[in-house]
Design a protein around this ligand. Structure first.
Ligand code: NAP
Length: 215
């Protein structure tokens, strides 16, 4: 399988890329600038000791993959989706973005669709299967490969088969997925991120997470 991470040059994307590459998945880092994507891919490959990750401009990265993940600030959510929409038909699209209030990341500023995930699904239409995942896992937790992650990955989206694809990808990273049902649950999943950021600040920690019990 080939997985692309659009905006994978920032905080959240590299840890996802490293973990998938290490599991034998072909990974492409996407960026607005091909040269930046290539540079980040080179740095990550150096860490892996093998050339497992490629760098491409976002549209090429979207076109080349079967599964496309999006890790950009929410302010760039709509414009990035629109810039790659033509390349996403029949693909699984993993939305990692959280509509945090830029003035106060302990608060959400949800879009009219209800959540980033629902906005992505509305923008992309029924030909693209949007799945929310990884919103509650901190970037630095993902980035250190030897670090065991206790935080569950809540996975939601309207297509059951697409959720199963993403659940498989989460497991391959060594993380624990939870099938969180339909896309409207992304309102809760995305909001948990603001709650966790508040918990981090109040408790002077960096990586609070959530773990569902009783399943
Ligand atoms: N960081 C975390 O711990 C974390 C955890 C869970 C969820 N998230 C969510 O994941 C998403 C990405 O977070 P992040 O911390 O990785 O963000 P980030 O480092 O600030 O940005 C990621 C990448 O987005 C691209 N980007 C920035 N501004 C853009 C614009 N105006 N238009 C298009 N692309 C732009 C940049 O890539 P190029 O310059 O290469 O194009 C940048 O490297 C956010 O929605 C965040 O809420 C983050």
């Amino acid at each position: 399988m080939i997985v692309s991470i659009l905006g994978g040059t920032g905080e959240q994307g590299p840890g996802m890329a490293l973990r998938w590459a290490k599991a034998g998945i072909q990974v492409i880092i996407g960026s607005r600038q091909q040269s930046k994507a290539a540079q980040v891919a080179d740095e990550l490959n150096e860490e892996l000791g093998e050339a497992l990750i490629q760098g491409m401009a976002n549209p090429e990265a979207a076109a080349a993959a079967e599964v496309v993940a999006l890790t950009v600030p929410f302010s760039a959510h709509k414009s990035t989706i629109e810039s790659v929409k033509a390349h996403l038909k029949d693909k699984v699209f993993i939305d990692v973005c959280v509509p945090l209030d830029p003035e106060n990341p302990r608060k959400m500023l949800m879009p009219p669709a209800g959540s980033a995930t629902e906005e992505a699904q509305a923008l992309l239409g029924d030909d693209v299967r949007v799945v929310a995942a990884f919103q509650n896992v901190a970037a630095h937790e993902l980035r250190h490969l030897d670090h065991g992650i206790e935080c569950d990955v809540l996975v939601c989206g309207n297509d059951r088969e697409a959720r199963q694809t993403v659940i498989g990808l989460v497991k391959q990273m060594g993380l624990h997925p939870v099938d969180a049902g339909l896309a409207y649950n992304a309102r809760v999943v995305e909001s948990l991120t603001a709650l966790l950021i508040g918990l981090n600040i109040r408790n002077k920690v960096k990586g609070s997470g959530i773990h569902v019990t009783g399943l």
